[in-house]
Design a protein around this ligand. Sequence first.
Ligand code: HEC
Ligand code: HEC
Length: 510
Amino acid sequence: MGLSATLWAQEDPSTSYDGKEISRRYGSIYDTFTAGKWLNLESLQKLIQETNSNSIEKLLESLRKKDPQLMEQYVLAFRSRSLQESRPMAPRTLLVANDGKFILAYNGHPKDSGYNSLEIMAYQENTEKFELREMTFDEVENPQLSAANPSKCLKCHQSPNRGDVDPRPNWEPYSIWPGFYGGMAGREASERLAKMDARFRSEDQVLVRDAKEESENLNKFLSEVKPKHPRYKSLGDFHFLNTTNLTEILAALNTHRIQRLMENTKVFKDYKWPLFSAIKCANIALPKDVAEAHIENTQEIRTRRIEVTKDLFEGRKEFADLELKYVSASYMTNDLTFSLIFEPLGVSTADWSMDFRTEGGRFAFSERFGTPFLARQSFYYEARKRWPEMEGYTCDQLEQKALETTYDLNQIQRKLTGEELRNKVLSRCLGCHSSSETSWSLAPQITFDQKDLLLKDLKDLKLTPKSFYKKVVHNTGAHATVKDQMPPGQSLSNSEREALLGHLKQLLDL
Ligand code: HEC
Ligand code: HEC
């Protein structure tokens, strides 16, 4: 298929871009979900009123009558980790309008959770924010629309430790989304995923298992179920490539969100130098000690990820070699760049990416911010438009400025008080270890900041305060294996580690 050639195109990080290539690419994405420009919350409610659509079925039929082309803009999940359960013959459907800026989701089996609700995600152009709503149908009254961003939705659509409300889409950053028909970069996943069975967490197994029957199930669904089913018959033809296109389009919208979040950090006026140096010139200048620790780390993480995904594709070996070469040469792509630049000062990038619990790209190759095409390029494309004043600088000048500011950045970091440092580290650990959704989270509950609760957690974990402390010493230390390392895939700075250990010692009277 012609597609695979572009999908596996690997960027040479030493290239700087002039943006031409990217605009070509954008030209092609933006003509995939163009129907439904008229759709927004108001017009949807108006349509419901006018057509008396008090059920999801009726609403879908009204949408079809008004805008038949819209009804071809959908993707189907035979397994979903969302609130709407799905199954191969009653898939969760995402109907995508207005270039991804308005998405409606529903499922199709009365026994599945979420059957009576329509989930909505609307991207607000003026604020560059995503807004989530739930519309509940009881088939008697007019449907009820929730307030914006109910906490029910935020649980999964933003990091639990974010203070302000700022949801993001959940979507695999690379174009491999098991559970969706055509989820393997617009193709069926079956054989490729089947090979990977044993490598995944238990929660992934079911996605992988079903993927084996993907082709058969899809044919059956399209020929036997869809034509008659009240919720699917209004849909138009099924298009395999919609999954890939949705990835691209959501990633592009999310890029705007990320760039806004970056701008809103107090430190952005300094950070934009290393950021631009990284995205324009693939060169991220960091103080030597910080860089070395991260490169070592990164290389290990990459090697592990490559282990995990190496059976996936032919040509993978070449890709892996390339990746290692560039990482060892300290070239970074977006997933690392963003965390490297922003995390040291306590700006969490936890929910910047759209990846849904992939732990940094489990299915998603290894790019938290990747899209099927070139992540850095697409980010740069948007960045040039947004911060045109940065364009005039050469790579040398950017590096120079970046080094100055990353030096400052290191200084600022040293200036954090012990208390601030401790809180910063604890909030990072708690981000995973205090998740309320234990069924999804792999991280055990460890309440690092409250003695009584912590002691209780340790009991559950069958750890004594002493053995726990030793574990933390090991897991956060330089000799932790990739598997044990905490936080996973990243290392604490010496001072952060000291702050954490000192805090635990005191809290546990050791
Ligand atoms: C249990 C986790 C979870 C919760 C809670 C959740 N979602 Fe999602 N949501 C997902 C996942 C995972 C996806 C990715 C696509 C899929 O699997 O259906 C998703 C996708 C979506 C999408 C499609 C666009 C996108 O982000 O990919 C919409 C729209 C959406 N959710 C709306 C909502 C709304 C509205 C709520 C609250 C009523 C909500 N979600 C609550 C997990 C969740
Ligand atoms: C990105 C999520 C994440 C972050 C951030 C994180 N952890 Fe973990 N942690 C995990 C997961 C997942 C496990 C379980 C690993 C396993 O079972 O293989 C774990 C396990 C642990 C364990 C072992 C518990 C046991 O039962 O043996 C300790 C100790 C630990 N983490 C400490 C920390 C500390 C300290 C921090 C902050 C410096 C931290 N973690 C940050 C995800 C995280």
